[in-house]
Design a protein around this ligand. Structure first.
Ligand SMILES: [Zn+2]
Length: 192
């Protein structure tokens, strides 16, 4: 088994705070975000997140999810990426004497975890591991997953569920194409 590094576990969990299929967002509110960050030891307790800072996390997550989608061949939304970049520009990180990255000291407590998430993402990109972190190619699912396959070729979070769902759908659309009603068919029959 190819174990994901800690930074991948963190970024994957952050990307999966939104569940597209269940239409549920764990960090939909500043309070929900604060709880999520506290659970991961990223935010000192008691910590509060302002509405503005909260929006930054959501924007950053959207950018990350676009990047993960690009790893299965989706075209990333340039605007979402640019918005995430603008957020990151407001969350500086420092290089320590030992060469490690750390959130800039002047960042307020509510913004430091975002810099920490950015550092985790940056580590993955630097090592090349980011390519294994993907967003399920089945868009109704959109689950972020760590691809353990040797050649990093997986496109679905689960071949059993999403992979087959995708296959049967393209099969159905091929079927539809082949049984297209002939032109000039009685309009009264439509909708059958
Ligand atoms: Zn999936």
């Amino acid at each position: 088994m190819l174990e994901p590094p800690a930074s991948a576990v963190l970024v994957e969990a952050f990307a999966n705070t939104v569940d597209v299929e269940e239409a549920h967002d764990e960090i939909a509110t500043p309070a929900g975000l604060a709880d999520w960050l506290k659970d991961r030891g990223l935010l000192a307790s008691p910590g509060e997140i302002s509405t503005e800072a909260h929006q930054n996390y959501v924007t950053f997550r959207a950018g990350i999810r676009e990047e993960l989608g690009a790893h299965v061949g989706d075209t990333p939304d340039a605007e979402l990426l640019a918005a995430a970049d603008r957020v990151l520009a407001a969350h500086p990180v420092l290089v320590t004497a030992r060469g490690a990255l750390t959130p800039a000291a002047e960042l307020p407590a509510e913004r430091r975890p975002l810099a920490a998430l950015a550092i985790a993402w940056s580590e993955l990109v630097t090592t090349g591991d980011a390519a294994r972190l993907k967003r399920c190619a089945e868009h109704t699912c959109g689950w972020a997953f760590w691809d353990v396959s040797k050649n990093r070729s997986r496109r679905w979070c689960s071949m059993k569920v999403c992979g087959n769902r995708n296959k049967s759908r393209s099969y159905a659309s091929r079927q539809r194409q082949t049984i297209e009603p002939p032109v000039g068919r009685d309009p009264g029959e439509q909708g059958m």
